[in-house]
Design a binder for this molecule. Structure first.
Ligand code: AR6
Length: 179
């Protein structure tokens, strides 16, 4: 299953690159605590946005696991970047609650600022070692539980890089939508 609508909000699972989401207001960075460029998503976002992004983001650092902060998006095709620090699997505990907080806090920022669309990567599933099956369940459950309450945010996209991660998220959405 690739799409779920609840209330006025739609969640969609897609495969692609988080830096190429031209139709989305805010993209989410799987950041590090210092809000500097890095590998994976953070590297791709900072490269595409240009140096100005790090100049702005480092003023808001450090952040703790589960937290989210917002900056401009500079050379990216979006208006904002929301930087979330995911938990390191089995180190930042409880990792499931902290991962859910990332999604919740990013979505709260959208509601506060009247942002209508957001795209998330699979936070913590790369360098931070969170198994993708477990992370998909936490992420999708949290997003679905918030969808009923949304007033401004209308469209939530999960952008999965690999074929495997895309399939896992589609399966998990199917499972969760039956519950
Ligand atoms: N678009 C979408 N997803 C991507 C992209 C992309 N361009 N590139 C990688 N992924 P990671 P984390 C996937 O490691 O685990 C950084 O160095 C990737 O396949 O970016 O939260 C930071 O500086 C994986 O499934 O984030 C931090 O120190 C997922 O995005 C640390 O890594 C997340 O992988 C954060 O680690």
């Amino acid at each position: 299953m690739e799409k779920l609508t609840i209330g006025n909000a739609t969640l969609e699972i897609t495969q692609g690159d988080i830096t190429q989401q031209n139709d989305i207001n805010a993209i989410v960075n799987a950041a590090n605590a210092y809000l500097r460029t890095g590998g994976g998503v953070a590297g791709a976002i900072h490269r595409a946005a240009g140096e100005e992004l790090e100049k702005e983001s480092t003023h808001l650092a450090p952040i703790k696991p589960g937290q989210a902060v917002i900056t401009g998006a500079y050379n990216l095709p979006n208006k904002y970047v929301i930087h979330c620090l995911g938990p390191v699997y089995k180190r930042d505990m409880p990792h499931d609650k902290l991962l859910a907080s990332c999604y919740k806090n990013a979505i709260s920022i959208c509601e506060e600022k009247g942002i209508e669309s957001i795209a998330f990567p699979a936070i913590s599933t790369g360098v931070f070692g969170y198994p993708v099956e477990e992370a998909a369940k936490v992420a999708l459950k949290e997003i679905i539980s918030l969808m009923m309450t949304l007033r401004h945010l209308k469209y939530i996209r999960m952008v999965l890089f690999s074929d495997h991660d895309f399939k896992v998220h589609k399966e998990k959405l199917k499972e969760l939508s039956k519950q």
